[in-house]
Design a binder for this molecule. Structure first.
Ligand code: SAM
Length: 474
């Protein structure tokens, strides 16, 4: 029995229900009628349950699989248009007391250099990111209360927000935070620091596997980790991000688990996840991916992205530079709405100083600069966006969902994306990117439908171009 509203992890992520769901989907993966009925339901763009979504994920019928991918593309286009949001990770400390066997931060591993940035070093990193053109970052840290306390994290957030860019405006406009599960009290402190999304990957929803991969340290407590998002929401962090580390457990289990987690949040708080992340295990210092028997091949990985898109149409899907250009390109078509670019996974990694060498969490595959990624997106006909408007206008949690489900949000998203793109082009782009971007802005402005918004957006664009003011948004 699965108790979606229960506050106990093993009730709302119920092992028996997940196993039954997998059994059902395996049994019906060639059941044409049932699959077609489910696709029809998905075409209403109201999402799917974990059971329906897994059925589509496991479907083995060629024609139906084509329809599933086409539908994911259609939903992506309809809800997100051509926009792709960009961000970069910022690693501030890799001290860690946990025993996660897939991560080089693991306490027992000693090949990486342990580093914790000072507040001055953090500001230096932010300046470098800002000079690339970034406006959004994901703050990353290992878990170690002594070397990386909550107070240190809170001070770091203040330091990041305090940095000014070359136009003397706040350099970073949104900090998403990916730090270890913590208490409601600590989440309240994060809320007071005005963070964007609080992101916490479950890694795996399978309790037995979870305990196998997390041998010691606070993170080894499955119950505390799995209920963390509940505490974050109770503390007022209404934008929350879920994720699974693909490669640990059988993907069918974790795909289903994540959707059950989503259902639990919706049932209790009327808030679904703001984002879903789909990292795959990557090689790293002392981490050999060949030791993981559940590595997910590319075709299945892309189908996972497509089925998350169909199951949770209004949830952003994030893809990092763990993936290469080819996979990222296809993922953008079938569901991904946010990507990182120009990333370093090393602590202090953006300044390329010797003292920070050998501190990376994992190897990246897409090593292109932010400018190169923007150019690539423009050539693909996408609109690169640095927009941070929603959370700054308090369109978060339930109100964000209502706003986006009614379609209201779309009126603002494209102009906001274009305005932030203009800022990037004039401040950070090379000539080719600038030309491509300006042509796209011209074309997209013509397509804006809401007269009042178009009028104001045109005024904003002029102000940005004339350097009268940056950071204008709806
Ligand atoms: N300490 C925080 C926690 O426990 O959630 C932050 C986690 S870490 C900075 C961000 C994420 O990187 C982890 O949640 C994990 O999913 C992922 N990760 C760790 N090792 C990895 C590897 N070898 N390859 C790919 N991703 C990895």
């Amino acid at each position: 029995m699965c108790f979606v509203k229960s506050k106990i992890a093993e009730d709302f992520i119920n092992d028996e229900e997940i196993k039954k769901t997998i059994e059902f989907a395996e049994l019906n993966k060639n059941n044409k009628d049932l699959i077609n009925e489910t696709i029809k339901k998905a075409e209403k763009i109201k999402g799917l349950s974990h059971k329906e979504a897994l059925l589509l994920l496991l479907c083995e019928l060629e024609e139906e699989n084509l329809r599933i991918f086409k539908l994911a593309e259609k939903i992506k286009d309809l809800i997100y248009g051509k926009r792709i949001v960009l961000f970069a990770p910022l690693y501030i400390s890799n001290f860690c007391v946990n025993g996660c066997s897939y991560c080089p931060y693991c306490f027992e591993k000693n090949k990486i250099k342990r580093v914790k940035l000072t507040q001055e070093e953090i500001k230096e990193q932010v300046k470098i990111l800002s000079e690339m053109g970034h406006k959004r970052i994901a703050l990353e840290a290992g878990e170690d209360n002594k070397n990386c306390s909550m107070e240190y994290i809170l001070n770091s957030i203040e330091s990041i927000y305090s940095v000014k860019d070359k136009n003397n405006e706040q350099a970073i406009r949104r900090i998403n935070v990916n730090i270890a599960a913590t208490t409601e009290e600590n989440y309240k402190k994060l809320k007071l620091k005005n963070i964007g999304t609080y992101v916490l990957f479950q890694e795996t929803y399978n309790k037995k596997s979870y305990e196998k991969f997390h041998k010691f340290g606070p993170k080894s407590n499955y119950e505390f980790h799995t209920t963390a998002i509940d505490r974050a929401i109770k503390a007022g962090l209404y934008d929350v991000g879920l994720g699974i580390l693909l490669g640990l457990e059988n993907y069918k289990y974790d795909f289903t688990g994540l959707l059950m987690h989503k259902e639990h949040l919706e049932a209790n708080f009327k808030i679904g996840p703001h984002t879903i992340s789909v990292p795959r295990i990557k090689p790293a210092n002392e981490i050999d991916v060949n030791n993981f028997k559940n590595i997910v091949p590319d075709e299945i990985f892309l189908k996972i992205v497509a089925c998350f898109r169909i199951a949770a149409p209004y949830t952003g899907i994030i893809m990092s530079t763990r993936e290469n250009e080819k996979i990222r390109k296809r993922s953008l078509e079938v569901g991904v709405s946010q990507i990182s670019a120009g990333s370093s996974t090393g602590v202090g990694g953006y300044s390329k100083k010797e003292k920070f060498e050998n501190s990376e969490q994992f190897e990246t595959s897409d090593k292109r600069s932010l400018n190169e990624v923007i150019k690539w997106l423009l050539k693909l006909g996408r609109i690169p966006s640095f927009c941070t408007a929603c959370y700054r206008k308090n369109r978060i949690g339930e109100s964000f969902m209502e706003f986006s489900k009614s379609g209201e949000i779309k009126k603002f998203c494209t102009p906001n994306a274009l305005l932030t793109l203009q800022e990037f082009l004039q401040n950070f782009a090379d000539n080719e990117t600038k030309k491509l971007g300006e042509n796209l802005i011209l074309k997209e402005f013509k397509n804006l439908k809401e007269t009042k918004i178009k009028e104001n957006a045109t005024k904003f664009l002029e102000k940005i171009k004339n350097k009268e003011k940056q950071d204008l948004f709806f």
